[in-house]
Design a protein around this ligand. Structure first.
Ligand SMILES: Cc1cc2nc3c(=O)[nH]c(=O)nc-3n(C[C@H](O)[C@H](O)[C@H](O)COP(=O)(O)OP(=O)(O)OC[C@H]3O[C@@H](n4cnc5c(N)ncnc54)[C@H](O)[C@@H]3O)c2cc1C
Length: 204
């Protein structure tokens, strides 16, 4: 799913889903799934009461491409695993964020600044200095795109979505949170429908 001018988030794979969460939750009550309606009510009850561990029974891996400044906020979410492309080992690609509402001269100036930073970076790496990539990258702006895989369980993902969908979160990361919610609603529709209704729309 495309996000921002050149970013995206993609659900690579997931383990478990609605039924895994319901199974784990029902162990607490020594009961079994009876109907979708009863399962929904159970999940609603868990979400309202903050009984989060059953949601850890589902695990998602996302492929994310996002500006560095968004990744920096994202990586504050410690309950998950990350593998990010390294600018020590890989040459930085000429790929940077351009806000959609930038127009005219301001947009041109934005592009010029970014292009100039990349020109200098490439001169440092490829020119006579032969500077190592890990040092040369420090000349690049924080709007350049990075990419990483993020593996996260359902409970930690809900924490991320709750915090990063909120109007106090930065616009750019909110767009990613919205895209992720759409993706996981396909993978685990009962859990994330109820989460949206009970937690996001009620403000926690
Ligand atoms: C709007 C907004 C503004 C922010 N502004 C800033 C800022 O200005 N500066 C800044 O530094 N950060 C800022 N943050 C980041 C914020 O403080 C959290 O680091 C981030 O949201 C991750 O949340 P988390 O700790 O709940 O998630 P995770 O790190 O995924 O942790 C999940 C849960 O595990 C538990 N946990 C994890 N680690 C510990 C621990 N060491 N001790 C106890 N419990 C733990 C907590 O219950 C936590 O909620 C901001 C976040 C938001 C949403």
């Amino acid at each position: 799913m495309q996000v921002l001018n050149n970013g995206f988030v993609r659900l690579v794979e997931h383990m478990g889903g609605d039924q895994a969460v319901i199974r784990n939750a029902r162990r607490c009550y020594r009961s079994e799934s009876k109907s979708e309606n009863a399962d929904r009510q159970l999940l609603r009850h868990l979400l309202k009461g903050g009984h989060k561990t059953p949601f850890e029974a589902m695990v998602f891996t996302f492929d994310v491409k996002t500006p560095l400044f968004v990744a920096r906020q994202w990586f504050r979410h410690r309950m998950g695993s990350y593998n990010e492309e390294s600018l020590r080992y890989c040459v930085a690609l000429r790929d940077y964020y351009i806000p959609e509402d930038l127009e005219g001269d301001l947009r041109q100036a934005w592009i010029r600044q970014n292009e100039a930073a990349f020109d200098f970076y490439e001169e440092l790496v490829n020119g006579p200095h032969k500077m190592v990539k890990e040092q040369a990258r420090s000349i690049l702006p924080i709007g350049i795109y990075t990419s990483f895989f993020w593996t996260v369980n359902g409970s930690s993902l809900m924490n991320f979505l709750y915090l990063r969908s909120d109007k106090h979160a930065q616009y750019e990361i909110r767009l990613y949170a919205q895209a992720i919610l759409e993706l996981v609603k396909e993978a685990a529709p009962i859990c994330f429908d109820e989460f949206e209704r009970e937690v996001l729309k009620n403000g926690g």
